[in-house]
Design a protein around this ligand. Structure first.
Ligand code: UD1
Ligand code: UDP
Length: 380
């Protein structure tokens, strides 16, 4: 590796960060202009480890900050402390963070304290409600105050940043790297669907902190009512969070039309998504992936920072009330025309080339010549 290469430290700690930064790491690894180092914080343990194969060959520093039922404040403090040390020792040219997790916020702050510039991937998403999702909406607003580069997935996200006073010259619309990864993974054709019947296939995921407790238990009741139709197979790869398990397991075990499984690795999850008929989710990433594969998505939340999917008609913001959830799912399962409209609405989150746009911009700003054809600008 040339001494001249830009030393990029990519900080990630949870499942979605690994998935969404993997294309950036792959693109940097393929280019002689960058020397990527991945720092895994271990904010997630099992769910992160099952994603690390996505990174293939790449230098990696592993921290191990996860504790059972970790509190946000202690997690944040430990992350800033340990990441500060890694950045101090590594002296990277830049730190790359993704999204709105505690790892992203702590990575940005730790880099700022070490006077290392920060690139924010998936910048500018906003619900407009400071504590929903909690704590992600605040995290991403705070990362925006620190970042030097804001890689926004959509024009709407870019507009939020500029409305907050971020200079237009620091905001770049790239598409979402999750699409890069999904298309890359499906192209490998190595994952397997985990559905087991020929019934209507419903893929369910739930994990958001603001819904944990009663709201999540009620959503479990709604799912059980949906399963009572008898013509659906509802598959729930269950998040590792103990709070999520406590809320959902009592409601969802023991029904013949509901299968609860451990989190799937990304290869299998992508194949399972590709095989499903309908998605019920409170996940951010899955809201982006489902429209890419033409799968109608019902968003089981009261707000979304990804209104683009709703605007094009690929997703519906259903809320968390049981009756609304059951009715919205039944409408789609029973009305082929409504189903087809959502399935064919299209994907507003990018064309699968976001990572190349990101590293092309960074290469230009670090005054490296984009001799590598992969770094030539791609039409948006
Ligand atoms: C975090 C992110 C959220 C993201 C989600 C992706 C924050 C504040 N939130 O939420 O934005 O959508 O990850 O899944 O960063 N746990 C395990 N094993 C694992 C993973 C988690 O046991 O592999 C447990 C942890 O001990 C903790 C709980 O799950 O008690 C919650 O994990 P945490 O990282 O604090 O937040 P998430 O709710 O997963
Ligand atoms: N995912 C996965 N296995 C699963 C569930 C989800 O690989 O069992 C992937 C999914 O494809 C998406 C990402 O995890 O890319 C979403 O993560 P999550 O819902 O935990 O977080 P969020 O996107 O809400 O931050």
């Amino acid at each position: 590796m040339s001494n001249d290469a830009v030393r990029a430290m990519l900080v990630l700690g949870t499942r979605p960060e690994a998935i969404k930064l993997a294309p950036v790491v792959r693109a940097m690894t393929a280019s002689s202009l960058f020397e990527p180092v991945v720092v895994t914080t271990g904010q997630h343990r099992e769910m992160l480890h099952q994603m690390l194969d996505l990174f293939q060959v790449c230098e990696r520093i592993e921290l191990d900050v996860m504790r059972e039922r970790q509190q946000l404040s202690t997690l944040t403090a430990r992350l800033i402390d340990e990441l500060g040390e890694v950045i101090r020792e590594g002296r990277p040219d830049l730190v790359v963070v993704q999204g709105d997790t505690t790892t992203a916020l702590a990575g940005a702050l730790a880099a700022f304290y070490e006077r290392v510039p920060v690139a924010h991937v998936e910048a500018g998403l906003r619900t407009g409600v400071p504590d929903n999702p909690f704590p992600e909406e605040l995290n991403r607003r705070l990362v925006a105050r620190v970042a030097r580069w804001h890689f926004a997935p959509t024009a709407g996200a870019a507009a939020h940043l500029m409305a907050e006073g971020v200079s237009e010259s620091a905001v770049f619309v790239t598409g979402n790297t999750v699409i890069d990864n999904l298309l890359w993974v499906l192209d490998q054709r190595v994952g397997h669907s985990h559905f087991t019947t020929d019934l209507r296939r419903v893929l369910l995921t739930l994990h958001r902190r603001e819904n944990q407790g009663d709201a999540m238990r009620c959503m479990g009741t709604a799912v059980r009512r949906l399963a009572d139709r008898g013509d659906v197979e509802i598959l729930l790869p269950l998040h590792k969070s103990p709070a999520v398990r406590e809320a959902l397991l009592p409601e969802l075990t023991g029904h013949r039309n509901i299968r609860v499984v451990e989190p799937l690795d990304y290869l299998d999850f992508s194949a399972t998504l590709a095989a499903c008929d309908l998605v019920l989710t409170d996940s951010g990433g899955i809201q982006e992936e489902a429209p890419t594969l033409g799968k109608p998505a019902l968003i089981l939340r009261t707000t979304t920072e990804r209104p683009e999917a709703v605007a094009v008609g690929a997703a519906e913001l259903v809320g968390t009330a049981p009756d609304a959830i059951v009715a919205a799912a039944a409408d789609l399962l029973d009305d082929p025309a409504a189903y087809a409209r959502m399935a064919n609405a299209g994907n507003p989150f990018g064309d699968g080339h976001a990572a190349h746009r990101i590293i092309a911009q960074l290469a230009a700003d670090f005054e490296r010549t984009p001799a590598d054809p992969l770094l030539m600008p791609l039409g948006v």
